[in-house]
Design a protein around this ligand. Sequence first.
Ligand SMILES: Nc1nc2c(ncn2[C@@H]2O[C@H](COP(=O)(O)OP(=O)(O)OP(=O)(O)O)[C@@H](O)[C@H]2O)c(=O)[nH]1
Ligand SMILES: [Mg+2]
Length: 299
Amino acid sequence: MSDSSKKEGDILLPAELRIVLLGMVGVGKSVSGNKILGNDLFDSKRCPSAVTQKCQKEMGNINNQNVVVVDTPGLLSIDQTEAEIVREIKKSINLAEPGPHVFLIVLSVKDKYTKKEEDMVKSIRDTFGKNTMDYTMVLFTHGKDLQGTIEDFFRGNENLHELIKKCKYEYHLFDNRSGTDQVEDVPERLSLLKKINDKVQTAEGRYYTAEMLQEAETTLQQQVQNGPEGGTRPKLAYIKVGLGVGCLFGYLSFNGQMMSAIGAVLGAVGGGLLCAALASLVIHTQKKGKWSETFSCLV
Ligand SMILES: Nc1nc2c(ncn2[C@@H]2O[C@H](COP(=O)(O)OP(=O)(O)OP(=O)(O)O)[C@@H](O)[C@H]2O)c(=O)[nH]1
Ligand SMILES: [Mg+2]
């Protein structure tokens, strides 16, 4: 989906650019939002507890383009339960209506990329669904603390490097100096907005929508219902069909040689076992994402 655009020189800019900030507590989401908008609008401070507790939408006009920024509470915070935080950050989609062009996952280069950061990214992907990475950029903060280049930094961790490769909007580096002087940091702001605008252009103005969020919610619900092992429901369905088909075959094939009822029972047991085995194979390969491998073996 795309919205109306206007021509500026040779570049086709979306009339409005919508950005959602995501990440863990204290990594610099709010201060980055202030820098993007060139204004001190989001509350930001060094503090042992989460500062941002609710989603907040702010906007500004930068180089004749409306820019909407939605700040969100930090994930994996101990100040609220994960369910509460996820419920809150989902509101960012409506606040950025008709939907954000880009999610900025904010990471600080002062922090190592550990299982906690991986869990945070997983939580974002579970919440916003399979399309998330098509609309995501990693925004690194604390640039001044970097030794070497940002590329050296993320290539130094295989999982972080993999994350960057998956992000259609790639990555960007900020250094948000303390205080309000960072809002005057025009070159950093403009280079980020240019990068996002270029990517939006490549994506032909598409943005993440409320329908995608709805789809993600449905998928997650199904996964919860089916349980971590893929659930028993599909297996039961296969077994029921197997029993039915087995009964029929058993009845037909043994009819005349044995009592047809015994034939039906034998057929039902055989059919049930066969279909249960097939169900397990299907679920196992589905979970491992090895459909093509399985089918190339079977053919
Ligand atoms: N020097 C420096 N300080 C930064 C940078 N980014 C953030 N900070 C500081 O880190 C502190 C936390 O920044 P916030 O923007 O409030 O972080 P947040 O992610 O919004 O935090 P919560 O709302 O609590 O989740 C503030 O004191 C910022 O000034 C940076 O790039 N460089
Ligand atoms: Mg904040």
